[in-house]
Ligand binder design. Structure first.
Ligand SMILES: Cc1cc2nc3c(=O)[nH]c(=O)nc-3n(C[C@H](O)[C@H](O)[C@H](O)COP(=O)(O)OP(=O)(O)OC[C@H]3O[C@@H](n4cnc5c(N)ncnc54)[C@H](O)[C@@H]3O)c2cc1C
Length: 432
């Protein structure tokens, strides 16, 4: 393993994870007289709230992503390393990084910020992953897109009615915001985009089934909003099954509450767990593997080591801080500023406090729901607010321009620009 020669002059802040929290922490250290090293296993930052649109062919992957390395161009004290952190040595104050095609590197740190987010969790049934991809990365979104589009192609090609019905049945496990947004977008793909494009099947007759374990969908939203979203989904033709526990997922479909649903395309949006690196800290974690952090997002008992974003577990004003982009950005910014103050010899300041700016979910074209403290709205105007906020939040100007153009085109024509099945996805081994 290659170790670096220590530079005693400048402090080094290592940030593991270049997502919402990691990038916010790096930016908050802009004016700091220290080296900031951002390490990520991917070379790109993903705007995850729009991943479902890549999965349903509205947008292309590059439209919602930006190179993390871009940060080094605009911020002189930042350097970026592509690699997976596989080890954390708190005594030696270094992390082990596995760099693709190069090998292991040891990177020392004075301050460590873990911002590694979450990944799909199958609640102890990892064997489901092969048949029911989750939605977390661009590769996941492309896999889902290929599975959906390939299912329609196979339904059109077969003469077997049972096989056709199975190909045209789509099951989504998990009725949170991602499941709801994905289901609504799939319904529109079937009813509008694919209309009149097949001669042997009618895509509008496909079954899109949203399965949720709790009593209602969107459990993090007020019941009134969840009801409105339910009505909207049903209007789009999505079948909602609540209080249903998925017991098995295999090549034939799913078994839910003892009943088999034959389906060639099962998608998983039911749960998440923290990236395994949190376990390497050897500190207390919650059931989802998130590290229980102190009031300054610090790892208790370990000086100058912090966990931010989805990978941390903390309460603010007596309530758990949710795993959403706003919380991750606020936490990253907080820790960046805290370290900057510490480097100047100042006191740490106030404990972290989450400012909830509200949550939104979009249910197809022209309809979104919004909950912000006591405000609960839904409908077309809320959808316009959703559109505006999401365009503004995209990482770069070119993302904003490209997404606006695609949305404008697909709003008025109903067509989707990214309806591609990669050639490898059509290989016989992947045909189901
Ligand atoms: C499909 C989907 C839709 C969502 N929609 C919304 C929404 O509408 N609104 C909202 O507010 N929130 C939404 N979220 C949640 C939001 O995206 C997260 O809360 C946010 O991304 C958390 O930021 P983070 O920086 O903690 O983690 P992430 O943004 O996930 O970043 C973590 C980074 O760490 C890297 N990493 C992980 N492990 C390692 C390792 N060992 N070594 C090196 N790098 C590593 C990853 O590659 C990644 O780049 C959505 C999430 C998903 C998955």
């Amino acid at each position: 393993m290659r170790a670096e020669a220590p530079d005693a002059r400048r402090k080094r802040i290592v940030i593991v994870g270049g997502g919402f929290a990691g990038v916010a922490a790096a930016r908050a250290l802009k004016r700091c007289d220290a080296d900031v090293v951002v390490i990520d296993q991917r070379n790109h930052y993903i705007f995850q709230p729009l991943l479902y649109q890549v999965a349903t062919a509205v947008l292309a992957p590059s439209e919602i992503a930006a190179p993390i390395r871009q940060l080094a161009k605009v911020q002189k004290n930042v350097s970026v390393t592509l690699g997976e952190v596989t080890g954390v040595n708190l005594d030696a104050r270094s992390v082990d990084v596995s760099c693709p095609d190069v090998g292991m590197r040891k990177v020392r740190f004075d301050f460590l910020v873990i911002a590694t987010g979450m990944r799909p969790s199958y609640f102890g049934h990892d064997e489901f992953a092969e048949y029911a991809p989750g939605l977390k990365s661009l590769a996941d979104a492309e896999t889902i897109r290929a599975r959906i589009l390939s299912a329609y192609e196979r339904a059109d090609a077969t003469d077997d009615q049972c096989q056709r019905a199975r190909q045209m049945t789509f099951v989504l496990v998990g009725g949170g915001p991602t499941g709801v947004e994905l289901a609504a977008s799939m319904a529109q793909l079937a009813k509008v985009t694919l209309r009149s494009q097949f001669r042997r099947i009618d895509p509008a007759s496909s079954s899109i089934i949203l399965v949720e374990g709790s009593k209602r969908i969107l459990p993090t939203f007020a019941e009134s909003l969840a009801k409105r979203a339910t009505r909207r989904l049903e209007k789009l033709g999505v079948e909602i099954q609540t209080g249903v526990k998925v017991e098995a997922v295999d090549e034939k479909g799913v078994v839910a509450n003892g009943t088999r649903i034959d389906s060639a395309t099962v998608l998983w949006t039911a749960g998440v767990a923290a990236s395994p690196i949190t376990k390497l800290l050897g500190r207390e974690t919650d059931r989802a593997g998130r590290v229980s952090v102190g009031p300054g997002l610090d790892v208790p008992g370990v000086p100058d080591v912090f966990v931010v974003g989805d990978a941390s577990s903390i309460t603010s004003d007596g309530r758990p801080v949710p795993g959403v982009a706003q919380a991750a950005i606020q936490q990253g910014r907080y820790v960046g500023r805290l370290i900057a103050r510490q480097l100047k010899g100042r006191k740490p300041g106030r404990p972290f406090r989450y400012r909830d700016k509200g949550s939104m979910a979009v249910v197809g074209r022209n309809f979104a729901i919004l909950e912000s403290s006591h405000l609960r709205t839904s409908g077309f105007v809320t959808w316009l607010v959703w559109v505006l906020l999401h365009v503004m939040s995209l990482p770069q100007m070119q993302n904003r321009l490209r997404v606006q153009t695609q949305w404008f085109w697909s709003y008025f024509t109903g067509q989707r620009g990214a309806r591609l099945i990669p050639e490898r996805a059509a290989a016989p081994s992947e045909q189901r």
